[in-house]
Design a protein around this ligand. Structure first.
Ligand SMILES: C[S@@+](CC[C@H](N)C(=O)[O-])C[C@H]1O[C@@H](n2cnc3c(N)ncnc32)[C@H](O)[C@@H]1O
Length: 194
């Protein structure tokens, strides 16, 4: 698990290039990234989703005083379908929703939504905006075509997804850029072609 504070300077430079935009985070957990995104003060709006009720409730409380923060207690694919349709501003997506059971072992597996990244990217692909897409935890994808894979615990390992599948899902209007792969967990960036 990483946090956007680790690449704050890079992110703020990107946002200053994009201009007015919305920060969109899937799986905001305890707000380790979402709260700094609010505090940076550079995003017009902040949108996020989380499936775990307890984490959602805590974050609703913590963000009550900000009228540009919109949180949903939804699974990421449903949330992104809604946001991608209604949000007219360019978005900076921080895709970080996976393995709810890792955070609360009492919860059931979510089946395909345990690791929804391929579907998430295919939803974002349909937008026609100068979005920036980032996802975390590149190291957990154990495919041959992932040079950044590392040994990780069984409960967060991903065996059925490859880099080729992710690149196909986001489509040819976005180009992968490994500029943030130096972050320990592996952060992948997709930029929209100009
Ligand atoms: C890696 S943590 C997120 C850390 C946080 N994004 C950050 O940057 O500090 C993953 C979170 O995603 C949530 N989650 C897991 N599967 C999800 C899904 N399909 N939709 C929405 N949230 C999900 C988990 O409950 C957990 O809180």
């Amino acid at each position: 698990m990483s946090c956007i504070l680790l690449f704050k300077d890079w992110l703020l430079t990107e946002v200053s290039r994009i201009g007015h935009c919305c920060y969109v985070e899937t799986g905001f957990c305890d707000g380790t990234s979402l709260l700094p995104a609010v505090e940076f003060g550079v995003f017009d709006k902040i949108r996020g989703c989380e499936v775990r009720h307890s984490a959602y409730d805590i974050m609703v409380d913590r963000t009550l005083s900000f009228d540009n923060v919109f949180l949903s207690e939804k699974k990421s694919t449903d949330f992104l379908r809604e946001v991608c349709k209604k949000e007219k501003l360019p978005c900076v997506f921080w895709l970080d929703a996976h393995f709810q059971r890792h955070y609360d072992p009492s919860l059931p597996s979510m089946g395909k939504d345990d690791y929804p990244l391929v579907e998430e990217l295919s939803i974002i692909r349909e937008r026609n905006k100068p979005d920036l897409v980032l996802f975390d935890d590149l190291i957990i994808i154990q495919s041959e075509d992932n040079p950044y894979k590392r040994q990780v615990g069984e409960d967060v390992i991903v065996r059925n997804v490859s880099m080729a599948m992710l690149n196909d899902a986001i489509g040819d209007k976005f180009v992968p850029d490994h500029c943030l792969a130096h972050i320990d967990t592996g952060v992948m960036v997709y930029r929209r072609k100009q």
